[in-house]
Design a protein around this ligand. Structure first.
Ligand code: AKB
Length: 333
């Protein structure tokens, strides 16, 4: 690399590192890994993890943590205005399965925090927002295979309805008030650092803990329920790449489709068997089956690829090897 490129790179790093970042809902499955990655990019002291929990996850102990209830609009406003954050990642939400058990609260939690940060950005207190959407925005009338970015969207879950409404508001705030909000429709996310909570795709994480601990697993989804999934490392990289993309490349201000890896519980079990020959799976579908049936089997993410150069790294084989290597069964009872 020439001297000129090196100076440009140093300057770029310097300006990136100037950012002050807040992650709300940091103790969940995405937040735990996102905070660690953001601290590598912007510096440990510049990235504040926050959650409704009084004490931080152990993984955050080296950096700042702030107890914050996203439903306390005035407290969130006061903190963000006082601390002058540049970027806010708003992750606090109820996922699909939990939301069905408590629809009123899910709607409240999933929407109110979004308005709080969108309004702060509109008033000029935040430069950029990341807000996660989900494949749950699609519904039973959506084409299931290679689901396009723009298509029929009639979600049948409260989680999906809240995510679709949130997407429309993000685009509205961008168009009306020039709020720089960016979003991804995450597929089911598979990770070993932190356990997922309350999703329909959680079987694809639980299975690894049970495979290692007991050698067997009972899936709450049927053997042929195909769903789009993604290894967390790819999801975190996508999030940071989208947030760092030049503004003019981010052409979609509702939320971007991301494809990841599509598989069924049966295919996943076969892949695990390549490592653990005695592993067995059985099936006992519950209420989550209806939710899974309403979602796409696979996703088309060509807009993310064309607009900001997205490229996934992990296929099924790599993801399964990584999970079996890193899953720590002492985390489950
Ligand atoms: C869930 O299953 O609810 C989430 C999602 C796909 O958004 N993992």
């Amino acid at each position: 690399m020439g001297l000129f490129s090196r100076i440009i790179l140093l300057l770029l790093k310097f300006f990136l590192n100037m950012k002050k970042v807040l992650v709300i809902g940091a103790c969940g499955q995405i937040g735990t890994e996102l905070v660690l990655s953001l601290r590598q990019v912007y510096g440990t002291d510049k990235v504040v993890a926050s959650d409704v929990k009084v004490y931080a996850n152990d993984t955050f102990l080296d950096g700042p943590y702030k107890q914050l209830d996203v439903l306390d609009r005035e407290a969130v406003r006061a903190y963000i205005i006082a601390e002058k954050f540049d970027h806010v990642y708003l992750l606090a939400a109820l996922l699909s399965a939990t939301a069905e058990k408590n629809p009123d609260f899910a709607w409240k939690l999933n929407m109110e925090g979004l308005f709080t940060v969108l309004d702060l950005a509109k008033e000029g207190h935040i430069q950029q927002i990341f807000w996660p959407s989900s494949i749950a925005v699609f519904g039973p009338t959506t084409p299931k295979q290679n689901t396009p970015q723009y298509t029929v969207m009639e979600p049948s879950t409260v989680y999906g309805i809240s995510k679709l409404a949130g997407e429309r508001w993000c685009e509205y705030y961008f168009k009306q008030y020039n709020v720089d909000v960016r979003s991804i429709r995450y597929p089911g996310l598979i990770s070993h650092t932190s356990l997922p909570g309350g999703g329909t795709t959680d079987y694809a994480v639980d299975i690894f803990y049970q495979a290692k601990k007991t050698g067997k697993y009972t899936s709450f989804l049927d053997q042929d329920s195909a769903l789009p999934m993604m290894y967390m490392e790819d999801a975190i990289r996508a999030t940071i790449e989208l947030m760092q993309a030049p503004k003019e490349q981010v052409k979609i201000r509702s939320s971007y489709n991301l494809a990841g890896i599509s598989f069924t519980p049966e295919t996943l079990a076969s892949e695990i068997k390549k490592h653990l020959a005695d592993f067995t799976i059985s099936y006992a579908p519950d209420f989550r089956q209806d939710i899974a049936d309403s979602w796409p089997d696979s996703i088309d993410d060509s807009h993310a690829k064309n607009d900001w150069g997205w490229q996934e790294k992990f296929g099924l084989g790599e993801m399964v090897s990584e999970m079996l290597t890193h899953v720590d069964i002492s985390k489950i009872s």
